[in-house]
Design a protein around this ligand. Sequence first.
Ligand SMILES: *[C@@H]1O[C@H](CO)[C@@H](O)[C@H](O)[C@H]1NC(C)=O
Ligand SMILES: *[C@@H]1O[C@H](CO)[C@@H](O)[C@H](O)[C@H]1NC(C)=O
Length: 587
Amino acid sequence: MWCLSHFWRYLGFFLAMLLVLKSLEVQAMVSYKPNIVIFLADDLGIGDVGCYGNNTIRTPNIDRLAEEGVKLTQHIAASPLCTPSRAAFLTGRYPIRSGMDATDRYRVFHWLAGSGGLPPNETTFAKILQNQGYSTGLVGKWHQGVNCEYRNDYCHYPLNHGFDYFYGMPFTLMGDCHQLPEMDLPLRIKLSSYTQMIVLAVFTLIAAKLTHLVQVSWKLIFLLALFGFIFFISWFSSLGFIRLWDCIMMRNYEITEQPMMVERAAPLMLREAISFIERNKQGPFLLFFSFLHVHTPLVTMENFTGKSKHGLYGDNVEEMDWMIGRILNVLDDYNLKESTLTYFTSDHGGHLEAQEGNAQRGGWNGIYKGGKAMAGWEGGIRVPGLFRWTGVLPERKVIAEPTSLMDIYPTLIHLAGGTVPQDRVIDGKDLMPLLLGLVEHSEHKFMFHYCGVNIHAVRWHQKETGSTWKAHYVTPVFQPEGSGGCYKTRFCPCFGKGVTRHNPPLLFDLSRDPSEAVPLSPDTEPLFHMVLERIEKAVEEHQKTLTPVPQQLSVFNIMWKPWLQPCCGTFPFCQCDKEKDNIENEK
Ligand SMILES: *[C@@H]1O[C@H](CO)[C@@H](O)[C@H](O)[C@H]1NC(C)=O
Ligand SMILES: *[C@@H]1O[C@H](CO)[C@@H](O)[C@H](O)[C@H]1NC(C)=O
């Protein structure tokens, strides 16, 4: 008995030592806090990039990252849309855990002056890096909310989420930012019918109140009337208002342009990023460059317009690549290449339905089915993932293991010498052992592909056999049929009449059928039932780890609230252009 218990104790000790050695190995290879540069593209498809197989588009600078570093070929976004995918990226958690995924039809924030946003009690990687002594800067798009209760509380703002410095768009680029377009007819009709409904409701309420039928406060009626007025105005002014309310640029707490001049955004962002690196070159710094590219309206500088083989979309991709090149050159100039981990990715797949006539205005997802807004199909969630850290990471290495954008969270925190929060579930896994080649497999066994708060598909990487199973519980109904997208509505929905439920689920093995072309059946796949049972069990276990949280995308939180509107000048006459003065001073 005595011997046996000793044996176990020694074995335990031995195993513990092995683990310590493994982590020492990682630490020995990465013994200091590297600078971090993150490039996050907006709506870029995996098929749009040279090093992922595109031979007609020119992305030499992105490709350079793959040549000088590690290329992930199964890099998965936690959601197929901006707001939830970025929330997951920043927090290392499925967006359902922070209340940042849709319970209803609203799947991203629609107004800068809504009250939803990344909750103040979520801890971003930027916040932990900031605590670890990093200078942290965000340049570009945010789309994670601004205020909660009053105009300048900035509860959801980048500066409240770990960034020392912010320059960019607190909202997101969209068609309305570019000019005053002719409003498209369905929207115009919607707005006018909302206006009419509200006017009717206001009159009914006033009548009911005066005749003491119901007790409602004048405040409520006034508020409702205000909303009616707002709808009317936006209808009346053919969307010019949206540009004024949503399309603004800010530097820290100051609004620099309202509305913004979209043409200026790219050169200004580039200038800001470069000067951030110059100011902080002694390190360690985190620069998160969150592109407005390649989201519509694809505003592109003159020297790139008409230059690619793929129209305006291709021009915009090539311009983005050039911007990346400029920043990589600055890292070279300051000899920062070996002390900087550089990462490139996209927030989700390309937007198939973005078209103008027959011209392509959205990304291309290569061999993968589906795109933006589709949570289950690979094209919506499989994105480029490149890591370069010269002298530390291997070069020209390709890793096909399943990895997630959420993995950046623990990876960066460990590199910075910090610890991930212990009081919550973190879904990301540290990527360093995999990138360094110390382990063969990623730690991800199951991944849950959410559309809003519903699981549409589940991936199971069965390490022993090398299979990557994917079961689809729900898929969108393509319209027109067989078109591979939802061209009538522009975005595929998560629930309702626009989806099909599958029982049994549609099953694929991505390792044999990456395009998800032919579903397996019990006849063609002997493991069919076993695989589905195992996945079902994983879903149950996963769901046990969820707790209810306030819904950031609720109808109330989505609504435009005049008292939350960032505004330079006197509300509602918000307008300024501080960049103009800067640009003129430079001349
Ligand atoms: C390259 O990207 C363009 C732009 O998205 C796309 O139209 C084209 O089909 C892609 N080519 C290949 C070979 O993937
Ligand atoms: C943040 O606060 C909300 C509401 O009080 C709570 O439900 C949630 O669990 C908190 N999140 C974390 C990570 O503490």
